[in-house]
Design a protein around this ligand. Structure first.
Ligand code: ADP
Ligand code: MG
Ligand code: ZN
Length: 609
């Protein structure tokens, strides 16, 4: 893709040249479309015989009638073109007749004193050929033009100009109401909306408004949608560009495009710059590589330069989206850059119902019950999957000539979306959901039963990030020191998931591997760093490069102590759950129904008499 000569070019001159080029192209494009329009109009007019409208007053007659009239000297002239005879009467009236193939009429007319002109038909054929030629040129031209635009064949013009599309500059179309089931994200973005609406109110207070917001979420969770809704709510222009576009470009052009994008954005401030798939440019820079001249890196540097260049008066908010926050370069996440992160989770059952309701608007659905039922059956679906699902169902119903979309169509569409080429998520089966729910509630109950642990904020039995479920604990205050008892409590809480599986199902799943990693890590640090084991108050560290002063005997002792601590944590967890098995069952079954419960609800159920 990269023509070698582009590499030596000074980016500035490339930019200038391409500016001129792009202006030329733009004029060419307009001219082309105007010509295309005229050509098509002309062609249509010719085809419907607009230019031969004079014939409209012509009267059709059988050929014998015309011959009879000629015999009666009522015909002045005829013009014969192929089998078509156009006659002009002495009174000026025009007649048209068609003779048979091979029938000779010329002599008869001449005999009757009519002046005859033979039209060999060549001029007609010629004009027909011309019309067809014009048509062919138009079609070929359009195909060539489309191909150039999409970069097939020929060199794509090295556009330095940002292709950022601008949406709803004056009348915002998408609002927060169109985005459902992500209330937390909306709340976090509300502040950005307020700022964009009335920047002066914030700047007068000397407040520093976040320049960058990073939206993190799986594909189809509504990152693009909610960004546009922020612009819509604030009524500001929305500039959007995708990170992957930068990577495809010639050297030096990506950075130039970033510059242009921000220049234009500043001219239209307050506004939003949306960078989709930022991981494509913002990937961790590999330190080992001395090159450093790579297109992606230059683009990333330019982006950082632009964001650092914002001052208090720059009312531009950059929103970036990614589903891979883990690969992002840490430079992007520094204060003053994308220091705000907003998570967009896969929706829980309430969220799914809300999203389905948004997209069911204007679609005739048999009953509300259908939507509830649908929300129940689609655990694991993203917002995009749900929108897709309703669309499929509407198509199916239409094909079946039904007036309402009903359950059979909806259920069939679930399968279609899952099997589709764009399949991004899968449905979590009822059996899986049940295991996930018991696992998470197991964590939550053990955490709440151990003294001195942080309160549980949320328990969820729905995919979030990589994990299938989650139990969120929020520390009551910042902690710098941890007591031994607290560490033990944390370990027991982390073991609660596996313990619940074992206790309820008598079988265990792969779902606890992260828990084990977490517990083992704490245990090892207790032994090796914190002096919290019978091995005593010694530092038994292994350096990052693997070197250590620990002998094999000590290493074996460490392993024994670590596994003792881990097993102890497990025993604590399972004992707590055995004691509260009825609560475990009641809360888990409730969680299966609602998919999310918050800390207050958990406590109410757990500590109820
Ligand atoms: P992402 O950018 O996260 O991949 P999009 O914003 O492009 O996802 O979402 C694709 C489509 O899915 C949206 O245009 C919308 O129709 C639907 N969608 C996704 N999330 C939601 C939501 N929370 N509420 C309503 N519709 C949604
Ligand atoms: Mg998107
Ligand atoms: Zn777990």
């Amino acid at each position: 893709m990269k023509p070698p000569q582009q590499n030596n070019r000074d980016p500035k001159s490339t930019q200038k040249a391409s500016r001129k080029y792009s202006r030329l192209i733009r004029y060419g494009v307009s001219a082309f479309f105007i010509l295309l329009g005229i050509g098509i109009l002309g062609f249509v007019a010719l085809r419907v015989g607009y230019f031969t409208a004079g014939r409209n007053s012509t009267v059709d007659k059988p050929v014998t009638d015309v011959l009879n009239m000629a015999d009666q000297h009522k015909i002045k002239t005829v013009s014969i073109s192929g089998n078509e005879i156009l006659a002009t009467g002495t009174n000026g009236q025009k007649y048209r007749a068609f003779k048979e193939d091979g029938q000779t009429v010329t002599d008869i007319f001449r005999h009757d004193g009519v002046s005859v002109t033979i039209d060999s038909g060549q001029s007609d054929q010629l004009s027909q050929a011309l019309i067809d030629l014009v048509l062919i040129v138009l079609v070929v031209g359009s195909i060539y033009f489309i191909m150039r635009r999409s970069g097939i064949g020929g060199h794509a013009a090295p556009f330095a100009r940002s292709k950022a599309r601008r949406f709803n500059e004056s009348r915002p179309s998408i609002l927060f109401n169109d985005v459902a089931g992500v209330e937390e994200a909306k709340m976090e973005l509300e502040e950005i909306v307020d700022f964009l609406k009335q920047p002066s109110r914030f700047t007068e207070m000397g407040a520093r408004i976040p320049k960058g917001v990073l939206l993190v979420g799986a594909p189809g969770t509504g990152k693009t949608l909610i960004s546009r809704a922020v612009a819509g709510e604030a009524g500001v222009p929305f500039f959007s560009v995708s990170g992957s576009e930068f990577v495809e470009m010639f050297v030096g052009v990506g950075a130039a495009r970033v510059r242009d994008l921000f220049k234009e954005a500043k001219e239209h401030a307050p506004c939003i710059v949306f960078i989709d798939e930022i991981d494509a440019v913002g990937r961790q820079r590999n330190n080992g590589n001395a090159g450093g001249n790579d297109e992606r890196e230059q683009t990333l540097n330019q982006l950082l330069v632009e964001m650092d260049g914002f001052d208090r008066q720059t009312n531009v908010v950059v929103i970036a989206a990614t589903n891979r926050p883990d690969v992002l370069d840490s430079a992007l996440l520094r204060p003053g850059r994308f220091d705000r992160q907003v998570m967009l989770d896969k929706p829980d059952i309430r969220g799914r119902l809300a999203i389905l309701e948004v997209h069911a608007k204007g679609k005739p659905i048999e009953s509300d019950i259908a939507l509830h039922e649908l929300a129940r059956q689609t655990a694991g679906f993203s917002g995009a999957d749900l929108a897709n699902l309703l669309n499929e169902a509407a198509l199916l119903a239409a094909r079946r000539s039904k007036s309402l979309i009903s359950m059979p169509e909806l259920e069939e569409s679930i399968l279609r979306v899952m099997a589709g080429p764009e399949r991004k998520s899968r449905v979590i089966t009822e059996a899986e959901k049940s295991i996930i729910a018991y696992h998470e509630v197991g964590h939550a109950i053990v955490m709440r039963s151990m003294p001195g642990t942080d309160p549980v904020r949320k328990v969820q039995a729905i995919a979030r990030g990589m994990a299938l479920g989650i139990t969120v604990q929020s520390p009551a205050e910042d902690r710098y020191l941890m007591r031994r008892s607290e560490l033990l409590a944390k370990m027991a809480g982390a073991m609660g998931g596996r313990a619940a599986e074992e206790l309820i199902f008598g079988d265990i799943t792969t779902g606890a591997s992260q828990d084990f990693e977490y517990v083992t890590n704490i245990a090892r640090r207790m032994v090796c760093e914190f002096g919290m084991s019978p091995l005593g108050n010694v530092a038994l560290k292994v350096e990052p490069d693997g070197s250590t002063s620990i002998g094999p005997e000590t290493a074996a002792k460490i392993d024994r102590e670590v596994s003792f601590l881990v097993e102890q944590a497990y025993t604590t967890a399972i004992n707590i759950l055995r004691e509260r098995k009825d609560k475990l069952i009641a809360i888990s079954e409730h969680l299966i129904q609602v998919e999310t419960i918050d800390g207050t609800e958990l406590d109410a159920m757990l500590f109820a008499a």
